[in-house]
Ligand binder design. Structure first.
Ligand code: HEC
Length: 254
């Protein structure tokens, strides 16, 4: 009996069970709000309702859809310049990864892109018409070539440490209560205790890996489901056994 040294949940003093139950109650409400928040923030990014792996891919690695400039040059501005000049602008956008304002795209801009814009576009985009974007300077043009590359690395680092600490606290508390539950088979009990901690790490690693390989969005998703599932098991088993469990002798918990 690996857990023989524990006082089982239903034999704990009443005041300890009240403390444990109130703690679980508040954590449970917190968990519901956390899930609402995940849903609010991520659902529907792909244009469809509900939360899907595609939503998570877009959140963490970006949509990689065309920038505003590309969309315009493939669409309404298509006929404003010859195809080979258009290609020069596309090459410039892609060479700088869509984040020209951070990279060294300005030298290349001055050399190849600026002359084209001046010749073909500034007649209308010189800033005289407030309803269409001004494209006269490097900074102006940069404004229409920002690519959606998803959550930036600094945001990820910030939310990573919050999640690692926060979730570890939560699951340390719920698991410390759940260890006193009578659950068989023994390996299952251990799995329910270990799983959330494993998924916390897998989940957070996958936020970064999704930027490299979008398939990891599934790990984020499955990790979230497993975490929720183990939380629910720990929660319901603990509360049930504290208040409604009949010990083998048949007496209801005092
Ligand atoms: C004859 C005038 C004219 C010329 C020349 C012109 N544009 Fe435009 N452009 C417009 C107008 C009007 C709009 C706003 C209406 C629209 O989107 O069709 C616009 C919109 C845009 C937009 C914004 C699209 C959006 O997301 O709202 C971009 C980017 C753009 N043009 C780029 C260019 C580039 C690059 C060139 C040169 C190759 C160019 N335009 C040449 C008139 C012009």
């Amino acid at each position: 009996m690996a857990d023989a040294e524990f006082t089982p949940l239903h034999r704990l003093p009443c005041e300890t069970r009240v403390l444990y139950t109130m703690t679980l109650l508040v954590l449970g409400v917190g968990y519901l709000f956390a899930m609402l928040q995940v849903y609010e923030v991520h659902a529907g990014r792909d244009g469809k309702s509900g939360l899907s792996a595609t939503d998570l891919v877009i959140a963490y690695s970006g949509s990689h859809a065309d920038t505003r400039l590309e969309a315009a040059l493939k669409g309404p501005m298509k006929d404003r310049l010859p195809a080979e000049e258009r290609e020069i602008i596309f090459d410039w956008i892609h060479a700088s990864g869509g984040i020209v304002h951070r990279g060294g795209g300005e030298a290349e801009y001055n050399r190849t892109v600026k002359p084209i814009i001046e010749k073909r576009c500034l007649a209308c985009h010189g800033g005289n018409n407030p309803h269409i974007p001004n494209l006269s300077t490097f900074a102006d043009l940069s404004g229409v070539v920002e690519m959606d590359t998803g959550m930036d690395i600094f945001t990820l680092i910030r939310i990573s440490h919050i999640h690692l600490f926060g979730l570890t606290f939560i699951f340390f508390i719920t698991s410390s209560i759940f260890v006193r539950a009578s659950v068989r088979p023994f390996w299952f009990k251990c799995a329910v205790i270990a799983t959330p901690f494993i998924t916390i790490m897998l989940d957070i690693a996958s936020w970064y890996l999704t930027k490299l390989f979008t398939g990891f969005a599934w790990v984020v998703m499955i990790g979230g489901v497993l975490m929720g599932l183990t939380f629910a098991i720990q929660w319901f088993v603990s509360v049930y056994q504290m208040w409604l469990f009949r010990s083998p002798s048949g007496s209801l918990a005092p």
